[in-house]
Design a protein around this ligand. Structure first.
Ligand code: FDA
Length: 544
């Protein structure tokens, strides 16, 4: 039984468990031995005596030190990017079962000078949830805090941060097929990082970002206090919906608004190579994709392929992949008006339920059992580097051809072009810290993957030169970027501490004019800059 379920146990039984837990150390995995430093032992003692809630050791271990045999596998369990597979090691990994365990971890880390990294799904592109150059540090890994309760009657749900998107979609589908949630496509992404950084998916042109659909949240702040929306206040509640959670505290849970989905949706995937007019099609796509009906999401995935009709020589292949919230007949009419050049036909379209479209965009066959969404282990692991850009004016055909030349230098390069418009244009730039709203045609995610550490510098170098090449074609002053596609090339805080001016280099790109308000909120809620990392929001210096 998970400790979260203890809430439902009779009080008497909870009291007995509390007494038992007070007698036995909860740190079953982090047994003290001679190699532990006295500093580590003090931390452990502080932690063990620091929480009031009972701990039932049959649920699993609560704190792992380097001496524990499960430490290494736990550390690597949700590492998605192999670039960080063998990075720095935390003194402890704490895997809380109850909110008071998080409070104790924060209070004792502060007291004993430990840095804290918070991990939900571990998908951070730069590994910031589990890598730290500043030592000593601990990881608070929230994978045990992942309960989800769906309230169909009130069209809402409470979801703990350690849940994955796949677990959330599964739980919604278990209760009703009339509702969904507008978040990302990858089922192993964690709710904690995703919602606090924005979170977009196939429903975002109709309903906005995941962060736009948050109604309440629970957070442990830098003083170890547990706060909800009312007690944290609207400024902090604003900041954690797109400003990144890791600068402000440990977000334990989110109350989210469920959104309506129709009984049937339609998907298609039409592919074009250069030889089949991919450039002309993409040029047209740029003009129409952000203006399409909000029920129609049509993104373009650009990769390198071999063209059979041309002796297997390298070419660019663009997949135009769509989710339409309605039947195929209506989709065909819309496409005929807006994008007749794609020549979409009925047999390109597959009708299905919304949850099957979730399977489809996650890369599973649509008839897979829904339980595949519960598998928390990443579908694939590789070395990777990604970057993002926003496009406000169509790129010329000559510009696209130049881009194709660059991409063909890297067999595993991939671009995902995500159209904006719809609901995203109706929300003001300052509603949440996520500022990329009206005026954007689409976002580009650039990515490259590789298999061996020896090649890392070569591929990262290539990615940087591609990014430099794209400068004339994308947003300017600032050249905007998406926080959830974290990119440390945009700038880093020195020693995890930065002046406002230093942090502006990356802060204005992610947050534009909202950066200053984020700094103001940070200065109020965490003046000692306890929650900090390479790209955390800085504090204003105190007046002399
Ligand atoms: P992780 O645990 O690594 O955390 C990311 C950051 O948030 C870290 O700084 C961490 O400290 C902080 N954090 C995490 N939990 C916290 C908590 N509870 N309290 C405070 N801070 C916390 N994005 C998107 O919008 N749409 C998409 O479709 C996809 N798809 C996608 C696929 C794949 C394969 C990857 C690797 C990534 C994506 N993303 C995405 C990007 C994703 O949204 C982004 O990496 C999220 O931050 C990941 O959240 P995790 O909780 O998994 O990451």
């Amino acid at each position: 039984m998970g400790i979260s379920n203890l809430k439902s146990l009779p009080l008497i039984l909870i009291s007995i468990l509390m007494i038992v837990s007070a007698w036995s150390s909860p740190s079953t995995a982090a047994s003290t031995n001679s190699s532990s430093s006295s500093h580590d032992r003090s931390f452990q003692q502080c932690f063990s005596s620091g929480f009031q809630h009972s701990y039932n050791s049959t649920s699993g271990s609560l704190i792992f030190s380097k001496n524990n045999s499960a430490y290494a596998s736990l550390l690597k369990s949700s590492v998605r990017n192999l670039r960080f597979f063998n990075s720095s090691e935390p003194q402890f990994i704490i895997s809380p079962f109850h909110e008071s365990h998080v409070q104790a971890a924060v209070i004792c880390s502060k007291k004993h000078g430990m840095q804290v990294r918070v991990r939900s799904g571990g998908h951070d592109y730069e590994g910031l949830s589990y890598v730290s150059d500043v030592v000593p540090f601990i990881i608070i890994d929230l994978f045990n805090l992942r309960s989800i309760s769906i309230d169909v009657e009130n069209e809402s749900a409470w979801v703990e941060s350690g849940a994955t998107l796949g677990e959330l979609y599964y739980k919604i589908a278990e209760k009703s097929n009339a509702y969904g949630f507008p978040a990302g496509s990858c089922p192993t992404v964690g709710v904690g990082g995703h919602l606090s950084g924005g979170g977009f998916g196939t429903l975002f042109r109709k309903y906005g970002l995941a962060a736009d659909n948050v109604m309440d949240a629970k957070i442990v702040d830098a003083d170890g206090k547990l706060l909800d929306r009312k007690s944290m206040g609207e400024d902090l509640f604003w900041a954690i919906r797109g400003g990144g959670g890791s600068s402000f505290g440990v977000i334990l849970a989110w109350k989210i608004r469920l959104v309506s989905v129709p009984p049937g949706v339609t998907i298609f995937n039409v592919q074009k190579t250069l030889e089949q007019g991919a450039t002309e099609h993409l040029h047209k796509w740029q003009a129409i994709a952000s203006k399409l009906h909000e029920d129609l999401f049509l993104h373009a995935v650009v990769g390198v392929a071999n063209e059979p009709s041309n002796g297997g020589s390298k070419t660019i292949q663009i997949s135009f992949v769509s989710l339409f919230l309605g039947p195929a007949e209506r989709l065909l009419l819309l496409m005929k008006v807006s994008f007749p050049e794609l020549a979409l036909e009925r047999n390109n379209c597959i009708e299905m339920s919304w949850i099957q479209s979730v399977l489809y965009f996650a890369g599973f066959p649509i008839r897979s059992p829904l339980q595949v969404l519960l598998d928390r282990s990443p579908q694939s692991k590789s070395f990777s580097k990604a970057k993002s850009d926003y496009v406000k004016e169509s790129i010329s055909k000559a510009g696209l051809e130049g881009l194709w030349q660059r991409l063909m230098e890297e067999q595993t390069s991939l671009l995902i072009l995500t159209p904006y418009g719809g609901k995203m244009s109706d929300i003001s730039d300052s509603e949440t810290p996520f500022p990329h709203r009206s005026g954007n045609l689409y976002k580009i995610q650039y990515s490259v993957t590789w298999d061996s550490d020896n090649e890392t510098q070569q591929h990262i170098g290539w990615m940087r030169s591609l990014y430099a090449h794209m400068e004339p074609y994308v947003s300017k002053s600032p050249r905007a970027a998406y926080l959830n596609y974290r990119d440390l090339d945009l700038g880093q805080n020195d020693n995890n501490n930065a002046s406002y001016a230093q942090a502006s280099t990356w802060g204005l790109k992610y947050f534009k004019n909202n950066f200053k308000r984020l700094v103001r909120v940070k200065t109020v809620v965490d003046p000692s800059n306890f929650f900090r990392n390479e790209q955390s929001i800085p504090v204003f210096p105190s007046p002399q």
